[in-house]
Design a protein around this ligand. Sequence first.
Ligand code: GCO
Length: 251
Amino acid sequence: MNRLFDLAGRLALVTGSSRGIGRAIAEGYVAAGARVVINGRDAAAVAATVKALGASAVAAPFDVIKKETVETAVAQIEKDIGPLDILVNNAGMTRRAPIVDFPEADWREIMATNLDSVFFVTQAVARRMIARSRGKIVNICSVMSELGRPTIAPYTASKGAVKMLTKAMCAEFAKHGITANGISPGYFGTELNTALMNDEKFSAWVCARTPAGRWGKVEELQGAAIFLASDASSFVNGHILFVDGGMTAVV
Ligand code: GCO
């Protein structure tokens, strides 16, 4: 049974993996036997994460929102480190303000980080996966791929788009032996949510709105990420797997 979830001999690129959900997924992949390319814009943070993860981790600090940079970086990774078996499009950010007050620059930064990056990195990696007739793509969506709440409209729009991009990838890539699936986290204790976790009222709302009655721990995303990157999900495609403590199952 373990063979189904074994990532030994596989190489994964996890964008935005120097911290938060991306780092947790990278740690899970190392534990499952994979080598992992750690990515982020901050080279020092990437280096620190690689040091912490050990010999199975390799640094690739590049900006995922620039198409040319992405193409060069992916070519370099495949030349210097090896062919990518797994891609996790995780890089993401948020800002919070009412729609009518939302600055244009913030809208564009969120869409570039959360959506353009998924498109550009997937273009570069999937082209090579197609040539090899195999690959596993995992896109980090959100409960906001399905639900809205005030002050995060750009983030919500971006995560809804990532959900649909995942299904579009399935439509084009499945015949090449590639699966493309999404993971939709609920409310997790990450830097992206520090302000919310420190807000007693909001945190109480999250715990009441989540059937599990609590915030998620990032290590609780590792199982879903390993499943969707492994042979265990060979006939799972275009699926969005919610890891949200039941939030989207209830009113
Ligand atoms: C917020 C939060 C959410 C969650 C996450 C859930 O402002 O409501 O940041 O966006 O963090 O996206 O999947």
